[in-house]
Design a binder for this molecule. Structure first.
Ligand SMILES: [Zn+2]
Length: 251
């Protein structure tokens, strides 16, 4: 057993530091296998996100504080049922260094409950993140104008816009506020324009697996795509994106 653990600390890296800035390891049947595969495939860091009480607790459990880190919070879909978890977040953060941010939180006007409730839960967690000096991981679906109004009003300084769905104008506005725009493993002409419009220092990559990507290793193709669009070598692209994410989350 010990030998195996030691061996696992010697991953077969492909010479790059790759990061999956947003996925849900708790939704895989066996998160440990995914962690191992990701490590051997060249990933150095994975951020696994909660969104409800149960998934936040699972994210804390799965995070190891070395390769896998957790963000915890209540997403719009859980806003009506799990709001009271917000009162517990500070305690969990103080007790676990492997929790590095508050998320995913935000607004979802496609599947979430009534807007006033969503906004209250989002704003409470923004203030909590600020009091903890932590970044937020933002979920926005069909709600970007309200999300921008809220993050501006609360003077949020540290945020990553997970699975960014807006256009290049919105992307540039958010980048101007110092936020990271996270690119998922779904290529589209709109997303291409977003990548082209952004400086690489405002880009992160994520798989949102298993919801969207099959596994955290899907970031490899996204980094390839960005490196093609930016005309940068793969290694440099991956290193700079990883640096962006590590800086935001103080890793
Ligand atoms: Zn997600």
């Amino acid at each position: 057993m010990l030998k195996q653990v030691t061996e696992n600390k010697e991953p077969i890296l492909i010479g790059n530091e790759l990061i999956d800035a947003h996925c849900h390891l708790d939704m895989f049947p066996d998160p440990e296998i995914i962690k191992k595969d990701s490590k051997f495939g060249g990933l150095s860091t994975i951020i696994t996100a909660g969104g409800s009480r149960a998934s936040s607790l699972a994210a804390i459990r799965i995070a190891d504080g070395e390769m896998v880190f957790a963000v915890i919070g209540i997403d719009p879909q859980s806003a009506a049922t799990d709001e009271d978890f917000i009162d517990d977040i500070t305690g969990f953060v103080k007790a676990n260094k492997k929790i590095i941010g508050i998320g995913e939180i935000g607004l979802d006007y496609k599947v979430g409950p009534e807007k006033a409730l969503q906004k209250r839960v989002f704003e409470r967690q923004i203030e909590l993140a600020k009091s903890l000096d932590m970044p937020i991981v933002v979920h926005s679906r069909g709600a970007i104008a309200d999300v921008i109004e809220i993050v501006k009003r609360h003077a949020v300084s540290k945020a990553m816009f997970h699975f960014f769905e807006g256009d290049e104008t919105v992307a540039k506005e958010l980048a101007g506020l110092g936020y990271l725009i996270s690119i998922p493993p779904t290529e589209s002409s709109r997303r291409k324009r977003v990548i082209n419009a952004l400086n690489i220092s405002n880009i992160s990559v994520e798989t949102d697996s298993p919801v969207v990507g099959k596994s955290p290793l899907d970031v490899i193709r996204t980094v390839e795509w960005i490196s093609e669009l930016k005309g940068l070598p793969f290694n440099e692209t991956s290193a700079r994106i990883t640096e962006n994410v590590k800086k935001l989350f103080s890793l």
